[in-house]
Design a protein around this ligand. Structure first.
Ligand SMILES: *[C@@H]1O[C@H](CO)[C@@H](O)[C@H](O)[C@H]1NC(C)=O
Length: 119
């Protein structure tokens, strides 16, 4: 069977069973650099397109952010990283470099870097 014929059958099969054509993640909104005053709130956004809908992960200075803290939470579906207030002390540092990663079974996309700095 030719490649073209194969594709027609393949795509046709998927549309028949109501499954949309799968595609790898693509970042559609990148987080942007912020300059924030100490103890002020801040929010970084990340949106990604893909099928199945990608899972979004957040990284701070290269480390995956897994747990929420009292002042920093990952909003549902990972579309935002929200800071109730920006903290900078010996134990906690919200400043630095952030990025998000969108992942589905077809691939991975990484956003641009965004920095949070104190004003
Ligand atoms: C983003 O930041 C990380 C960690 O600081 C660095 O290793 C990487 O090269 C940066 N990537 C870009 C595209 O600037």
């Amino acid at each position: 069977m030719s490649v073209k014929k194969f594709l027609v059958v393949y795509v046709g099969l998927f549309s028949c069973v109501g499954v949309s054509v799968q595609r790898p993640p693509k970042i559609t909104e990148h987080p942007i650099d912020l300059v924030v005053k100490k103890f002020e709130p801040a929010k970084l956004n990340c949106k990604a397109d893909g099928e199945p809908t990608p899972e979004i992960e957040w990284y701070h200075n290269g480390e995956r952010i897994i747990h929420d803290t009292p002042n920093r939470m990952i909003l549902p579906k990972g579309v935002s990283l929200f800071f109730l207030r920006i903290i900078q002390n010996r134990r906690e540092q919200d400043t630095g470099t952030y990025w998000c990663v969108a992942r589905n079974l077809l691939g991975v996309a990484r956003s641009r870097n965004a920095t949070i700095e104190l004003a």
